[in-house]
Write a protein that binds this ligand. Sequence first.
Ligand code: SF4
Length: 295
Amino acid sequence: MEVILGRTSGFCGGVRNAIVKTKEEAEKSNDIIYCLGDLVHNPIVLNDLKRMGVQVIEKLEGIPNPKGKLVIIRAHGVKKEIYEEAKQLEIKIKDLTCPKVLAIHEFVDKYSGENSFIFLIGEKKHPEVIGTASFCGNNSVVIENEEELQDAIDIFNNKSKENKNMNLIVVAQTTFNLEKFEEFEKIIKDKIDKNIEVIVNNTICNATRIRQEETEKIAKEVDGMVIIGGRKSSNTNKLYQISLENCKNVVMVENAQELKENLDNFKMCKKIGIMAGASTPEESIEEIVNIVKNM
Ligand code: SF4
């Protein structure tokens, strides 16, 4: 079987940094360390960390005797209020928010005053978006689809009639689909008064963009495609969607066992492409590549 493995498969810089540093902290510490939410959306990595004494919590207030405890902030980042809450509870923070996400927080924070309105394009329920939204202030809206974009444009047009100095800021979740973002940008520019300043900051991470482009290219060349990654992983789901648009035969798996259960899908294939999301460990990728090669 001919196999094409995406060059950009696996951990991105932000995720690799978060995992390495969390493991370092766990090795140094004799106490439990806490992580606000899953460090990455991958069950294999999470089980590994659990064995090392990293406990996932959803809220700081869930920590027993919090004073002096260490809490990891994952690559997605957290809400602005968390930093203040940690200070009050005298919790130590290890902030592993990806620098690219931190840059978005700083950018929107700068425009969170009354003379700007922010469109944050991304998935409302995604932790990164929840975190970024908290830095945007009240004049902002999260937009997931075209319908919501239209509503947001109406809201902005009304607001800008009341405040003639208001400008419009547009940013995106780091893993948002680039093509869709560009479509949204065009709609926004067409429907907003030309006299209004519109600042579009394409905050889609380069690692995401390159991985999505490579996925599309591979999916077009092969007759079967395997996407590896956690089901909760937003970037892995996007790779799956892109593959479906470009290849008839696509499966998304979290691990080698799941692939084994789906091998029948590839019976007639001659060339299979493999791509993995940003939180997929190398061992999983290698294992799956070997299974496919030996088919
Ligand atoms: S995908 Fe990009 S922004 Fe997100 S954690 Fe990885 S490097 Fe950072």
